[in-house]
Design a protein around this ligand. Structure first.
Ligand code: BGC
Length: 746
């Protein structure tokens, strides 16, 4: 339905415009029948469609529950995310949903964030690429997305009010970078603002984030929707760039907007702009017919199994205990094997079309061999020694014990953060007790974020991280255990040794309404690298039933100009006996830079499928941004000339090939010297150096070179004041002249 939106806006009354900018109910926008403006429907998101049966109800229609984001990210597979996106869009079309509220793209600052299961990674490049792929796929079928939660919603503690205090560089390079990538690559129809505040302002009223950065700088064309209940002052929010408030109706707020516009407190053009953005998406949405034909439930369940299979991470596999051998007598221990824990609590909770029981799926693949079972732990808090004793006897009767451990939802969910990174006391005691009698023990984990394993990791030979693996995850786990699927997931988040090692440990979750991001840029592997700190399992780690060799690293140019970018190729060979998939990771290390930088940063990745003995060449492209950092002093991304190492790794801690390239930057930077700039800063700027040198020579003649070492970090004024004998003017005047001369040379 193509409409002339500019024209339509002129026909709307002030009241109609104000009304349009708040929801009609929890999930729909307001219709204006007089002008043929339809309502559209939004639904959660992100890993399934939570389409409510009635607008005022919490019940939702059955839909496929796919693996949650932390699992999806471990696949490192943008094509797989596309398949997921298409399936989600098909379900939206069948369930009459115009916009799916996802993906979540917040950084995993701390493993404790209760909602980490809904987020991809601790790395903005990986997160941004996956989010872009998801968005492109959903939207390619005419269904919108909502990239959320913009920005820095990195904890649940006081999430509606907490003020995240983040320095500009960390904001740009870590907390905004994934959003920037997804917005620029995929243009989500909507972006959802976060509940929290960033540097003092609520995200729902954050003119700098929403207007200046998102809309103007990045060119976001869709509309900004509030997180549900995130708006405090509707008028300030409109002025700040928040186009649609959800949920509605909020008649008193609509009245406030009308009054503010009438009184001239709110420029009506701001309202017009919001309405235009909304109408653009509304008419785009209704172009795609929503048929009521349903979707292919069985095919989507199969897809959910395939995706889960790609997302599982084999963390440890000593002595090749996995895959299981035919005919082994197995003990499956853990109540969650029968009551699968496959998704997280809160707004993303999907009513699944069906659920694979891990027990049934493992039993099916175990074939003739008897599968012993013991619950081992209960769903509620508390210790129960009898359950452990029963599990121990069960494990003793088997050749291999499969310890199926799900972190309960009372520990991890939307709405609250975890208190620690451990399993429950019952679960840890269970693992210790079973491992003590059964050396062949495999731990299978269901959880949404990194956990601490020091109490038991050395006692067990094998650990499979199965995340919140979606409704078909039980089947996927069986596939991997029995080698029908060769595990190929790798961690998109570091598993540290202990909570006290984590980057935000001293500043999480904040107090008195404020959380300081004191670790700055250094989250995830950036932190552990910088501290040279040992971790349990590094970012990018994951095992396979085969082995891979890397060779022939090639770069398209050893010297290159920033705008041209670079191609990197590497050969990967499957050196084992079974087919498998390898995730190739490319990190960039800057040998020298003006500002401090992480040791290395992920800037490229690819997943390749290889038959035994097969070799493939993987080619990755690096653009200018791959080498840049954000300099708050210049308020822009900087590409500095110099040497950069290109590191190819199996994980962030296992770099197997390396090359050095020389970047020749063509970037022209403005001069940012001021009265307060130090002598070193003047000398670091070519224009400043040229102007200052003659004067400095005079000062050095009086003060001696030794003094300059002392004075290098002082501003010009005091130094010149002390050694002013032969200077032509007063220091004040000289500096004024220098700055005027610099301004001319800009
Ligand atoms: C969540 C959002 C969700 C919205 C609608 C909020 O509480 O933070 O992620 O999309 O509710 O359910």
């Amino acid at each position: 339905m193509k409409r002339d939106i500019e024209q339509l806006v002129t026909q709307l009354t002030l009241t109609e415009k104000a009304t349009l900018c708040t929801g009609a109910n929890a999930w729909q926008t307001v219709a204006v029948e007089r002008l043929g403006i339809p309502a559209i429907t939004v639904s959660d998101g992100p890993h399934g469609v939570r389409r409510v049966t009635e607008m005022m109800s919490n019940e939702s229609h059955p839909a496929t529950c796919f693996p949650t984001a932390s699992a999806l990210a471990a696949s490192w597979d943008v094509e797989l995310l596309q398949q997921l996106g298409h399936a989600l869009a098909e379900e939206c079309l069948a369930l009459d949903v115009d916009i799916l509220l996802g993906p979540g793209n917040n950084m995993k600052r701390s493993p404790l964030c209760g909602r980490n299961f809904e987020y991809f990674s601790e790395d903005p490049f990986l997160s941004g690429e996956l989010a872009a792929s998801y968005i492109q796929a959903v939207q390619s079928l005419g269904v919108g997305t909502s990239l959320k939660h913009f920005a820095a919603n990195n904890q649940e503690f006081q999430r509606f009010v907490i003020d995240a205090q983040i320095d500009e560089r960390a904001l740009r390079e870590i907390y905004l970078a994934g959003f920037e990538r997804a917005v620029k690559q995929a243009q989500p129809w909507t972006v959802m603002c976060a509940y929290n505040r960033v540097n003092g302002d609520y995200c729902s009223e954050h003119a700098r984030l929403l207007n200046s950065i998102l809309k103007e700088e990045w060119g976001f064309e869709g509309f900004v929707v509030s997180d549900w209940g995130a708006v405090h002052d509707r008028v300030a929010a409109l002025a700040g760039g928040l186009d649609l408030e959800m949920p509605g109706p909020r008649p008193e707020r609509v009245q406030r907007v009308i009054k503010a516009a009438q009184a001239g407190e709110l420029d009506e053009q701001v309202l017009d702009e919001a309405v235009k953005r909304l109408l653009h998406v509304i008419f785009q949405a209704v172009e795609t017919p929503k048929d009521a034909q349903g979707f292919d439930v069985a095919a989507h369940h199969q897809l959910a199994r395939k995706i889960a299979g790609e997302s599982l991470v084999l963390l440890k596999n000593e002595g090749g205990l996995l895959p299981l051998q035919a005919g082994q007598k197995l003990a499956l221990i853990g109540s969650a094997a029968r009551e699968a824990h496959f998704q997280g609590g809160g707004s993303s909770h999907i009513h699944p079309t069906r659920v694979d029981s891990p027990y049934d799926e493992i039993a099916a693949l175990a074939g003739e061999v008897e599968l012993l079972f013991a619950p081992g732990y209960q769903a509620e808090p508390g210790r129960d020694q009898a359950l452990i004793d029963e599990a121990v006897s069960c494990a003793q009767e088997a050749e291999v014990a499969l310890l199926y451990i799900a972190l309960p939802s009372y520990i991890e969910s939307e709405g609250y953060d975890r208190q620690n990174m451990r399993l429950t006391a019952q679960q840890e005691a269970l693992i210790q007790a079973v491992a003590a009698v059964q050396p062949q023990t495999v731990v299978i984990l269901n959880n949404g974020s990194a956990i601490e394993m020091l109490e038991w990791i050395d006692l067990v030979p094998a650990v499979l991280e199965a995340w919140m693996m979606g409704q078909a995850g039980g089947g996927a786990i069986a596939d991997v255990l029995f080698g029908r699927v060769n595990p190929s997931g790798k961690l998109a988040e570091t598993f540290p040794l202990r909570l006290a090692d984590t980057p935000a440990y001293l500043n999480f979750p904040g107090e008195n309404g404020v959380v300081r991001y004191g670790e700055g840029l250094f989250i995830g592997y950036r932190y552990y690298d910088a501290r040279q700190q040992e971790v349990l399992f590094p970012f990018g780690h994951g095992l396979s039933y085969t082995t891979f060799a890397y060779s022939q690293l090639r770069v398209s140019a050893e010297k290159f100009n920033a705008p041209d970018g670079l191609q990197i190729s590497v050969d990967v060979t499957n050196t084992g006996d079974v087919a498998g998939k390898e995730i190739v990771q490319l990190y960039v290390h800057d040998q020298e830079s003006r500002l401090v930088r992480p040791e290395k940063e992920l800037k490229g990745f690819a997943k390749v499928t290889l038959a035994p003995g097969e070799t493939q060449t993987v080619t990755l492209e690096l653009d200018t941004r791959a080498f840049a950092y954000y300099d708050p002093a210049y308020q822009q991304w900087i590409t500095e000339s110099g040497a950069f190492d290109i590191l190819i790794g199996r994980s962030s801690a296992d770099i197997c090939l390396q090359a050095t390239v020389q970047l020749e930057s063509t970037q022209q930077l403005p001069c940012i010297l001021t009265r307060e700039s130090t002598i070193h800063e003047w000398l670091a700027d070519p224009r400043g150096e040229q102007l200052l040198q003659p004067l400095l020579q005079q000062v050095i003649a009086q003060a001696g070179t030794e003094f300059m070492r002392f004075a290098g970090d002082m501003p010009l004024e005091p130094v010149m004041a002390w050694y002013s004998k032969n200077l032509p003017d007063t220091p004040e005047q000289i500096i004024t002249q220098l700055l005027a001369e610099l301004a001319k040379r800009q």
